[in-house]
Design a protein around this ligand. Structure first.
Ligand SMILES: O=C(CO)[C@@H](O)[C@H](O)COP(=O)(O)O
Length: 221
């Protein structure tokens, strides 16, 4: 299975977001990752559905929207309407996570469950069948530029094993501190979708295409 790269525009130039989305699309990104934060579930604020909608014309690639928000069905729906293709939500703050995941699928979108580093992987047990994506946070969410938490490798391995045991084709995606050094460990543990902000938008060689390919191969190019 080839590795999917989903650049996180959290690290992009916010004054030129549309151009940045187009640039990573042309650089070979498989998806565009949009981090939505409400200042409650995580201590930061980003953008809402209007910005997602405004960015939609800049790329035909799937919009991979990660909602770091306290649960709110109307807000989830507004991101679907804005053009999200894949919507990941967190079980930690959501007392009705099954309903939320089912609602996302009912809107014709791929449903994802995202879990924080401190959340036991067992929280996913009742959710696997309802998910098209499992998003493993390898940093505490809220900010870009943090270091990959090494304990994530064992968590990824465990989730990969469960996906395979259940015979599912769930996308196993990892987000936080993903770079050319950590990518091989993440891929080796069984993930096949990588979210990266800093390693792409702030890569030293100043080529989004090289940065994307370097992550995809999990080696230097
Ligand atoms: O969701 C988040 C942070 O909460 C991530 O998507 C970050 O945006 C990843 O940034 P890097 O660790 O790649 O800089």
């Amino acid at each position: 299975m080839s590795v999917l790269i989903s650049p996180s525009v959290l690290a992009a130039d916010f004054a030129r977001l549309g151009e940045e989305v187009r640039a990573v699309d042309e650089a070979g990104a498989d998806m565009i990752h949009l981090d939505i934060m409400d200042g409650h579930f995580v201590p930061n604020l980003t953008v809402g559905p209007d910005v997602v909608k405004a960015l939609r014309p800049y790329s035909d690639k799937p919009f991979d929207v990660h909602l770091m928000i306290t649960p709110n069905p109307a807000i989830v729906e507004s991101f679907a309407e804005a053009g999200a293709d894949l919507i990941s939500v967190h079980p930690e703050p959501d007392p009705h996570i099954h309903r939320t995941l089912q609602a996302i699928r009912a809107m014709g979108k791929k449903a994802g469950a995202a879990i924080n580093p401190g959340t036991p992987v067992e929280i996913l047990e009742p959710l696997y069948e309802l998910c098209d994506v499992i998003l493993v946070m390898s940093v505490n969410p809220g900010f870009g530029g943090q270091s990959f938490m090494p304990a994530s490798v064992e968590r990824i391995r465990h989730i990969r094993r469960r996906i395979d045991e259940l015979g599912l084709d769930t996308i196993l995606e990892v987000d936080g501190g993903v770079n050319p050094e950590t990518a091989p460990k993440i891929i080796g543990a069984g993930a096949h979708a990588l979210v990266a902000g800093t390693a792409i938008f702030r890569s030293k060689e100043n080529s989004y295409a090289k940065a994307v390919e370097r992550l995809r191969l999990g080696t230097a190019v």
